[in-house]
Design a protein around this ligand. Structure first.
Ligand code: PLP
Length: 396
């Protein structure tokens, strides 16, 4: 389906709401019926007909169609957060006694779900180095049910060969789930590579304006119906109609935003790789990335998220660099209009609640490139490093 049709028209039955170009926010918890027979019919298909907003809401329904089409999936569910979508996806595939194989260093709350939360219910997980797909095979147990991927991950950007992992899963009749937040449906479509369930944190690129927290789950009609009847309706982590409307608005410009972000990021990364004060850049579309050819093979493009190791002897130098950035805001998250910086040394003094991250080097800084022009951002990086140099020379 044509991308511009999906974003501008799909799901929007405008004659049903007075030909408004922008759909209304159906801010209603419930829906009424002319008689019991019609009511009875609606209750039989709560996923697809307005009955009660936890199950179906017309504004959210427009969004579901667009998100599913973007991911080339049959259907989609929208959640109150990316973590809610991931948890529902994983919970839908396991029961007590089952085993999951997951790529190491996934998103921190995915890690928590698999290694802290699910063990309470008798589900165990093995974390593997996903840069070699065979590591998934080597970790197989008789009770393995699910292979979980996140490619690339969002701090050090290791990739999994998605088709190779799917092949292993199919040989053993296992389900695959991928967190596709980094690549967006514009740059990577795991469904086409045979993945069963695709999730996103829509708080990032899909929303795109740093104003909503939301998540999506895309899959076949059959799996969506199963998850709807169980995890979705039971746990009830739904998006509000108003946030769904904001996400529809955000999606209108998704291809434009990711394209601009990619172009700017390529320029900023090329600049940084030339700087003597940069020890290493982690970016899948940089030829220096160890999995560059795999990235080129399975991704159509690369977004605005990358990390670098600053040549620094102390945390103080990293702090001076980050504190002196003016255009890069010091914040978590990414995928919005604004450039951001998240230095790993933030984790060094925290309560150690994110064990995996605290094993990351103190000089590692994650960047997100927003919609600003490359020149402004490069100048900002240069002057911030100038502050570090002044500090170093003042000390000598
Ligand atoms: C942010 C993020 C999540 C969690 O999404 P929320 O919307 O914050 O719940 C999951 N995976 C990745 C890769 C993320 O960056």
């Amino acid at each position: 389906m044509d991308l511009s049709f999906i974003l501008n028209h799909l799901g929007e039955e405008r004659q049903q709401y007075r030909n408004a170009v922008s759909p209304p926010v159906f801010q209603s918890s419930n829906f009424t019926f002319p008689d019991i027979e019609v009511m009875r019919r609606s209750l039989k298909d709560e996923l697809n007909t307005p009955f009660y907003t936890r199950g179906h809401n017309p504004t959210v329904a427009i969004l579901r169609q667009k998100v599913a089409a973007l991911e080339k999936a049959e259907d989609a569910l929208i959640f109150s957060s990316g973590s809610a979508a991931i948890a529902a996806a994983v919970l839908s595939q396991v029961k007590a006694g089952d085993h999951i194989i997951c790529v190491q260093k996934p998103y921190s709350w995915t890690n928590k779900l698999l290694n802290n939360f699910l063990p309470r219910f008798g589900v165990q997980a093995t974390m593997v180095d996903g840069t070699n797909a065979e590591n998934y095979r080597n970790a197989l147990q008789p009770n393995t049910r699910l292979l979980f991927l996140e490619s690339p991950n969002s701090i050090t950007f290791e990739l999994q060969d998605i088709e190779a992992v799917v092949r292993i899963a199919k040989e053993h009749h296992l389900v695959t789930i991928i967190d596709n937040s980094y690549a967006t449906p514009i740059y990577q479509n795991p469904v086409e590579m045979g993945v069963d369930i695709v999730t996103h944190s829509a708080s990032k690129y899909l929303g795109g304006h740093s104003d909503i927290v939301a998540g999506v789950l895309c899959s076949s009609k059959q799996i969506i119906q199963q998850i709807f009847e169980s995890e979705f309706m039971t746990l009830g982590g739904i998006i509000s109609p108003h946030d769904a409307w904001l996400m529809i608005r955000g999606l209108r410009t998704l291809p434009l935003r990711v394209q601009k972000v990619s172009e700017t990021t390529a320029k900023v990364v090329a600049f940084l790789e030339q700087q003597p004060w940069v020890k290493k850049v982690y970016y899948p579309f940089s030829p220096s990335h160890p999995q560059y050819s795999l990235a080129q093979k399975q991704m159509k493009g690369c977004g605005g998220l990358f990390s670098l190791e600053l040549k620094a002897d102390t945390i103080e130098e990293v702090e001076i660099f980050c504190n002196n950035l003016h255009y890069f805001l010091l914040a978590c998250s990414w995928g919005g209009h604004e450039s951001l910086v998240f230095p790993m040394c933030v984790l060094y003094t925290s309560q150690n609640y994110m064990q995996v991250q605290t094993q990351l080097p103190f000089n590692l800084i994650r960047f997100y490139i927003g919609l600003e022009d490359a020149g402004i951002l490069i100048a900002d990086l240069e002057q911030a490093y100038g502050c570090v140099q002044s500090f170093i020379s003042g000390r000598q």
